[in-house]
Ligand binder design. Structure first.
Ligand code: TEU
Length: 552
């Protein structure tokens, strides 16, 4: 295993709009991030990834970029960004930015040119097709509802958009487009950013036949659209022309790719990307907006696939991001056992093999929001997919029930810093979205004061992980894949072997552990003694323990 800084460090994602509003306009901003850097440093974060900070009309909260070299005005100025970068570097942390280059905004100058006439030199920057009569060129659908094609009344041609119609897809077959992207990457790298998270990167290569898809393939378009035949070629080109010239981390958001493709992207011998975000774990049980039941044994299998890969691959480990519900609400118990189960999830994320990626608010156990009606959502996906949901035979109320489990907006409520108005997110009384009413008890200030809080548990685990190469690089082995409640795995290194025991249930039980008495307790989420009876351990609901054994 080749050592790399990005394997050893902890990433923390910031969704700037919802993080901290320093100027009182109700929208989080860059100066707000600067004000909280000491907090992140204290937590133990090494790498900060910020969701898009570029100029944008915000149809999809910045994932629709109007100008890649300008800052979103609500977030601040280029001087603010430069300040943020130098402050982060002064504190010996790193900054990763979001690269959204599968598509741009329809307000990007390239698209305005491209749309202006069929002969315009930017026409081929996007994907235009003649739809014939009144029907789109094929039956592909957009992730945000409806057809993936939008007709331009001027030319009668259709352009492709996998996401909203304000997010036209770039034509990566065009070498000029690729070079433009590489130039944008260099612009930010020359400023000193330490890497990129790459939005829906497998989608950049598209099946050029643009054939209709069968009904079954349309159900999960990510698997039919993703992984066009030139993906690996494009990534290798990007690597050789840009990434290889800098000591940076590249993380592809790899929505819907096959295991083979994932293995290729992250294979260190292939020179494509450093890491990918797979969605299998975070989306377990999901079918579009529907959250089905899932079980612990299935979850363990997914960790096994990613964590036991060979020495040439390195996974990411995460249970939260801005596109998914809050982890304690999905994987834990956000009522009676909120604190305990959030600590268990912290242990899971920080002791698996792979780079841990935390999401703002996770470190204090923020929970899902209780949406009462569809008009409370901000996410354009909610209304976009409503016709499809109704067509599938469910009522609006049922759709709302599903969204209360699955919506992206749960993670976009504003950060709960203290118990003052809007959870202290803003210096004024404005909020672009909502804050969860539980901010009077769940907030950063409370967690900082209480040494037994979720925050301090994260901090202690991060610290432990950093001090132990064996916990980072040790071999991973799931010791009891079939157990329905307990997730027990070993991380075996050169000097220490660690046992991680997680009771992912409300059940109280006695559990057999082979060679248990060789181990001593390193840390647990219990504040009372743990009883070992020879090779048996008593587990209380949501117990999480790390045991350690010095190898000879
Ligand atoms: O996300 C893509 C993604 O995996 C999901 O958001 C997906 O589109 C949706 O849940 C399908 O139901 C990335 C960004 O993370 C997301 O915020 C953007 O909206 C999207 O791409 C378009 O840029």
């Amino acid at each position: 295993m080749i050592r790399s800084w990005w394997k050893e460090q902890v990433i923390y994602q910031i969704y700037p709009r919802s993080f901290y509003d320093s100027d009182g306009d109700g929208i989080g901003d860059i100066n707000g991030i600067i004000l909280k850097l000491d907090y992140l440093k204290f937590l133990g974060v090494d790498i900060i990834w910020i969701s898009p900070h570029f100029d944008s009309p915000n149809d999809d909260n910045g994932y629709d970029v109007r100008d890649y070299k300008k800052i979103m005005k609500e977030f601040g100025t280029m001087d603010d960004f430069d300040n943020l970068l130098s402050e982060i570097h002064n504190k010996k942390m790193k900054l990763v930015i979001d690269l959204v280059v599968n598509h741009t905004s329809d307000e990007h100058s390239w698209f305005i040119e491209s749309k202006s006439s069929q002969n315009n030199k930017f026409r081929d920057y996007y994907i235009w097709r003649d739809g014939g009569q009144e029907t789109p060129p094929n039956n592909w659908t957009s992730f945000f509802g409806g057809s993936a094609w939008e007709k331009d009344p001027k030319s009668n041609d259709y352009y492709l958009h996998y996401f909203s119609k304000k997010q036209p897809d770039l034509n990566w077959e065009n070498e000029k487009v690729r070079n433009e992207v590489y130039e944008i990457m260099k612009f930010w790298l020359e400023k000193g950013v330490d890497g990129f998270r790459m939005d829906v990167i497998p989608f950049i290569s598209k099946d050029q036949s643009f054939k209709n898809l069968s009904k079954s393939k349309l159900v999960k378009p990510e698997f039919s659209y993703a992984n066009g035949s030139r993906l690996h070629e494009f990534l290798k080109e990007m690597n050789s022309k840009v990434l290889s010239k800098y000591d940076v981390v590249s993380i592809g958001e790899a929505f819907g790719i096959s295991k083979e493709s994932m293995m290729k992207i992250t294979d260190e011998r292939e020179c494509e990307l450093s890491l990918v975000f797979l969605f299998d774990i975070i989306r377990i049980g999901r079918d579009n907006w529907i959250q089905n039941d899932w079980n612990i044994t299935d979850l363990k299998k997914l960790f096994d696939v990613q964590s036991s890969t060979d020495n040439f691959h390195w996974p990411t480990v995460f249970l939260n991001n801005h596109d998914n519900p809050r982890s304690v609400s999905k994987f834990g118990n956000d009522s009676m056992y909120r604190v305990k189960s959030a600590k268990l999830l912290a242990m899971l994320v920080l002791t698996q093999r792979g780079t841990p990626v935390l999401y703002q608010g996770e470190e204090i156990g923020m929970t899902n929001y209780n949406f009462k009606s569809l008009d409370q959502f901000d996410d354009l996906e909610v209304l976009g997919n409503l016709p499809k949901a109704l067509k599938s035979g469910i009522t609006k109320n049922k759709y709302l029930d599903y969204l209360n489990l699955s919506s992206r907006d749960h993670s976009r409520t504003t950060i709960q810093w203290n118990n003052r108005s809007h959870g202290g997110f803003t210096i004024n009384d404005k909020n672009w979205f909502v804050s969860n009413s539980n901010y009077d008890s769940i907030n950063v200030e409370n967690d900082m004061k209480n040494s037994d809080s979720i925050f301090h548990f994260y901090k202690n685990l991060i610290d432990l992980r950093k001090k132990s190469d064996d916990l980072i690089y040790g071999k991973y082995c799931d010791l009891d894949p079939n157990h329905k409640n307990v997730f027990i795995y070993q991380r075996q290194g050169k000097i220490y072997s660690y046992l991680i025991i997680l009771n992912m249930s409300e059940n109280l039980m006695t559990y057999d552990v082979h060679n248990l008495t060789d181990y001593s307790l390193e840390i647990s989420n219990r504040n009372m003694d743990i009883n070992y009876y020879s090779n048996q351990i008593e587990l209380l609901p949501w117990d999480a323990l790390i045991l350690k054994n010095k190898l000879c």
